[in-house]
Design a protein around this ligand. Structure first.
Ligand SMILES: [Fe+2]
Length: 154
């Protein structure tokens, strides 16, 4: 099994804890969308798309199965446990994913490039899931930059 599917299997097994089917579906939809956007953005920015995808799958796992309060920090601990238990990642690969998950809620500040990919992918899915909602100021700034990056001719 490839590493993406190994992580997805564990993440989706954890999501089975959610009793409500609609909630579970929303969780899978958001995590999968953010993973795919992360893959796309990482490829464009010459970063590791596999690790970006994995960060996307893991980033809100804690929020969906526990609570939103401090979910980035708690989620990074959960992500660390999952990655370590699989025993298929190098130390620096795990550090990169865990750091991205830990920082993903801090959309106002700039962190390492993989964390920025995850934040942008998260903002993109918030926007595309509810395009009629006015994005918050911090999301609006990221969205404008993303529109330029993705849709302006090189
Ligand atoms: Fe998210």
């Amino acid at each position: 099994m490839d590493r993406i599917h190994a992580v997805e299997n564990m993440a989706f097994t954890i999501l089975d804890e959610i009793g409500d089917d609609v909630e579970k579906m929303e969780a899978v939809a958001h995590l999968t969308a953010v993973a795919k956007f992360s893959y796309l953005l990482a490829s464009r920015r010459n970063l590791n798309p596999e690790l970006a995808y994995i960060a996307g799958i893991l980033h809100d796992l804690y929020a969906f199965t526990h609570e939103r309060k401090d979910h980035a920090l708690h989620g990074s601990v959960l992500a660390s446990g999952i990655l370590r238990s699989l025993n298929i990642f190098k130390e620096d690969e795990m550090d990169a994913v865990i750091s991205s998950v830990r920082h993903h809620s801090d959309k106002k500040r700039i962190h390492d490039p993989l964390a920025e990919v995850l934040k942008d992918a998260d903002v993109l899915d918030h926007y595309l899931s509810e395009p009629l909602l006015q994005p918050s100021v911090k999301e609006h700034v990221r969205l404008r930059k993303l529109q330029k990056e993705l849709f302006s001719p090189d």
